[in-house]
Unconditional design. Structure first.
Length: 281
């Protein structure tokens, strides 16, 4: 680990991820902690930060476009019957403290703040584990607790009237290359087949690297995948796919995603085997 503002994740002594807790970003990007760069064990970067196509895509993290009308994703807000609209409704995720810090992970407490008030309190746990000499796993759990006295709900552009745009929750912005990455699950392949589907795991394979995302709890596995490969390479797990997700006062929503970060292009069998190893109790 390093300074109070960053944490460096290491696997077998090698740095594989840099976690920035207090980024200096404009309000429009919904400032929040993020992991970038994340690399394979051989050193290939598999994340992007504020790319030209979407300045509010910040490596790996948790981002939600609609928490009771406040934007914790960044950029424009999708307004029903109006489309993407610039609104002064951006929130921020504020790092409070590391409750635990080790070379291979941390436990962090965050406040989700908008319009001067705290809406959600988050506990985020991140751990890096070696799987083989060519693959490691990033294990990320987030718990969101409604700390207000009123019901809150999480939405997405899809629940606000834009079909297919159910992003919000865990999100990984991958590196953009000359060719779009391949995407596949145990049963499907291609963006059209994987996007919006429920699958125990989903793989994104680029030039010399593969990411395999897996829901590590029953609740997480029930969330459909959000997948982009042609417009930009990104994968998320949808908290609000076809309806808003309610969080009553004092209640907590928990999700856990384990991502295999591998050198080389993995096939289905290899991807499935590494997921089993990464998610095993």
């Amino acid at each position: 680990m390093s300074s109070s503002d960053t944490a460096v994740l290491r696997v077998a002594g090698r740095p594989v991820g840099r976690y920035v807790t207090r980024p200096e970003l404009p309000d429009r990007l919904s400032p929040r902690p993020y992991l970038h760069p994340v690399t394979t064990l051989a050193g290939t970067a598999v994340t992007e930060l504020s790319p030209a196509d979407h300045a509010h895509h910040l490596g790996v993290g948790v981002a939600v476009p609609d928490v009771e009308g406040f934007n914790f994703w960044g950029g424009r807000t999708y307004v029903r019957d109006q489309g993407p609209t610039e609104l002064d409704n951006h929130g921020s995720q504020r790092h409070i403290a590391f409750q635990l810090r080790d070379p291979d992970g941390f436990v962090e407490e965050l406040r989700w703040v908008a319009a001067g008030g705290e809406l959600l309190r988050e506990r985020r746990t991140v751990a890096a584990t070696e799987l083989t000499d060519q693959a490691w796993a990033l294990d990320l759990t987030f718990s969101l607790t409604n700390v207000t006295k009123a019901p809150l709900s999480i939405g997405s552009p899809a629940t606000n009237g834009r079909p297919g745009a159910a992003y919000g929750g865990f999100f990984w912005r991958a590196r953009k290359e000359a060719a779009a990455p391949e995407v596949f699950t145990a049963d499907t392949e291609g963006e059209a087949g994987a996007h919006g589907g429920r699958a125990d795991w989903l793989a994104l394979a680029g030039a010399g690297w593969t990411l395999v995302f897996a829901g590590a709890t029953e609740q997480t596995r029930s969330d459909p995948w959000f997948v982009r490969t042609e417009e930009y390479p990104g994968v998320g797990s949808s908290l609000a796919y076809d309806e808003r997700l309610p969080i009553p006062p004092g209640e907590t929503v928990v999700r856990r995603i384990v991502t295999v970060v591998a050198d080389g292009r993995l096939g289905r069998d290899a991807a499935a085997a590494l997921v089993r190893k990464a998610v095993s109790p």
